[in-house]
Ligand binder design. Structure first.
Ligand code: NAP
Ligand code: F7E
Length: 352
């Protein structure tokens, strides 16, 4: 059941510069929130996904505020909470790449695992000291199901993570539930299955494929190297999924929800359809490179979103074909701009 807002709504979002953070910021601003984002210091700007909000001709830009802080630094979290005085906190910050988590397991555990605990603890103290009833969202992941115990996966499916990332997310998931049960915090976990968009990081498989399709179409490259084509994922659209995050925090009671489409496809099917969208045969352009395999793989993810549908009234709007069309079309346009730059003598390239 939706609870009516009783006060001016202020959201604090960690991971605001990421894919989900950018869609969530847009969504919350459209609902009238003041949105505050935690950004970490780096030598170049990481704000490309939210820059357009500042250029918004209406007042949304004025309601978006950024604060330096890091999930590795508990003091910065405490300071930002005191400054912002949020009514809702969305913890989306993480080292979110599964393959990279095998290369940087301790860092991944520190940010995606212990970082959550630092934030929960800072929220607990802030809430007790200020008497403000803060609501908390935790970005849990279908990677927690890993070597799946059943198909489809629901809120009651046991976890069996297969990567340092998945292990860290299980820790965060249970830490969040523990704070809910120990301190009566309104803390909810969204167990989100893979969700993508034109803003998806370029090293995740969907975006890597659609970037390659755009660049191959415009003659900027000829091949893309991929790992395991047999892996199956339940892929949705990030713009749909951030609404589910918000809905969880509008309920009277905190809870945990699977957010998914209820359909699964292989990496091979994604590649086939993405290349077909621009009239290309994927088999002529996709090559195998074992470097992209993982020490332990998650073979099949398929979510059961029945609880989110029933209790939140949430439904995904974009299907698999719609997602591929949206991503390919955006990346074909991006490659056209790259080509113009290349033809004008600038160096352009894409990271794998
Ligand atoms: P993303 O694009 O990789 O964004 C991650 C965000 O976390 C970025 O804003 C990043 O900042 C920030 N971050 C990284 N290290 C940090 C640190 N030490 N302190 C503070 N912030 C830090 O990820 P996403 O796809 O938007 O996913 C959002 C969240 O949902 C993540 O927690 C992810 O693990 C989880 N999740 C994602 C999916 C999915 O399919 N997308 C599914 C389930 C769960 P920089 O921009 O500075 O790097
Ligand atoms: O891999 C296979 C790979 O990196 C998907 C994160 O957002 O979703 C994401 O994690 C599949 C895997 O996403 C390549 O082996 C083949 O089976 O796009 P991905 P992911 O690992 O599922 C979950 C829900 C999260 O929570 C994470 O934060 O594709 N695959 N060839 C490849 N993957 C990549 N990245 N690159 C390849 O070349």
């Amino acid at each position: 059941m939706l609870s009516a807002p009783t006060q001016h709504r202020i959201a604090l979002v960690t991971g605001i510069t990421g894919q989900d953070g950018s869609y969530l910021a847009e969504f919350l601003l459209s609902k009238g929130y003041d949105v505050h984002g935690l950004v970490r210091r780096s030598s170049s700007f990481a704000t490309g996904r939210i820059e357009h909000i500042y250029r918004d001709p209406h007042d949304a830009g004025a309601r978006l505020h950024l604060h330096y802080g890091d999930l590795a630094d508990g003091n910065s979290l405490e300071r930002v909470l005191r400054e912002v005085k949020p009514t809702e906190v969305y913890n989306l910050g993480a080292q979110s790449h599964v393959r990279v988590s095998f290369d940087m397991p301790v860092f991944t555990a520190d940010i995606a695992g212990v970082g959550t605990l630092r934030l929960l603890e800072a929220v607990r103290v802030y809430r007790e000291e200020s008497g403000t009833p803060v609501r908390y969202y935790q970005a849990s992941s279908s990677e927690m199901f890993g070597k799946v115990a059943e198909v489809p996966q629901s809120e009651s499916t046991p976890f069996h993570p297969r990567s340092p990332y998945g292990v860290a997310k299980v820790f965060s998931h249970w830490a969040t539930i523990n704070y809910r049960e120990s301190y009566g915090m309104h803390a909810s976990c969204g167990i989100l299955f893979n969700h993508e968009s034109p803003r998806r990081g370029e090293t995740f498989v969907t975006r890597k494929i659609t970037r390659a399709v755009g660049r191959i179409k415009h003659g900027l490259q000829n091949q893309v190297f991929l790992g395991n084509l047999d892996a199956q994922r339940d892929w949705g659209f990030a713009g749909d999924y951030v609404e589910a995050m918000w809905l969880m925090l509008q309920q009277d009671e905190p809870d945990d929800y699977v957010v998914a489409t209820g359909k699964t496809f292989s990496v091979r099917e994604f590649a086939e359809k993405a290349f077909a969208r621009v009239g290309l045969d994927w088999q002529k352009h996709v090559a195998y490179d074992p470097r992209y395999n993982r020490p332990a793989e998650v073979d099949l993810l398929l979510g059961d979103p029945a609880k989110a549908r029933r209790k939140l009234g949430w439904e995904p709007r974009v299907d698999f074909d719609g997602l591929i069309a949206m991503m390919v079309d955006a990346d074909v346009e991006m490659a056209a701009r790259e080509k113009t730059l290349r033809d004008a003598g600038f160096q352009v390239g894409a990271m794998e």
